[in-house]
Design a protein around this ligand. Structure first.
Ligand SMILES: [Fe+2]
Ligand SMILES: [Fe+2]
Length: 155
């Protein structure tokens, strides 16, 4: 089993303590710790999404520039590793027919968010607003559907 290093964002918010496991049984012992980290990151992502939506509506160039940099930095350091953790360690565990659609929706929404990165890099306010909206919806969906599912699996 390997542990991903504990990381910190520039603003001091503590990020994940994710892990990857060779055997599914390892998740039983480590699962709740990883799930807590996922939820902490969701909380941060919601606040970031709010910044995106607010900046996109503001028309304030200085604020927009600050938020483009903030979101691209956070994307690289937190969101993309978070997506990858979910895609490689959590979603593959949802194999049964009834719960597979939850994994598929999470994955599709990651793709949707990744597709907006080009627009963010080109400083497109519409992409920033969409990124904020989709990220909010995505995190709410995962907190409502995905996290409780794993809590149930591991308890
Ligand atoms: Fe996700
Ligand atoms: Fe997530």
């Amino acid at each position: 089993m390997t542990y991903r290093e504990l990381k910190e964002l520039d603003n001091g918010i503590l990020i994940s303590h994710h892990f990857s496991a060779d055997s599914p049984n390892d998740y039983d012992a480590r699962g709740s710790t990883a799930l807590n980290a996922v939820s902490r990151e969701h909380y941060f992502a919601l606040s970031l999404a709010k910044d995106c939506r607010r900046a996109a509506l503001s028309g304030d160039e200085e604020l927009l520039m600050r938020i483009y940099l903030k979101v691209l930095n956070a994307y690289e350091r937190l969101l993309e590793p978070h997506f990858q953790f979910e895609e490689t360690s959590l979603l593959p565990l949802l194999e049964s027919v009834e719960i597979k659609p939850i994994a598929e929706r999470s994955l599709a929404e990651h793709c949707q968010l990744r597709a907006l990165l080009g627009g963010l890099r080109q400083r497109d306010p519409e992409s920033l607003g969409s990124f904020g909206k989709y990220l909010t919806d995505h995190v709410r969906f995962e907190e409502r559907e995905l996290v409780p599912l794993f809590e149930e699996l591991w308890n």
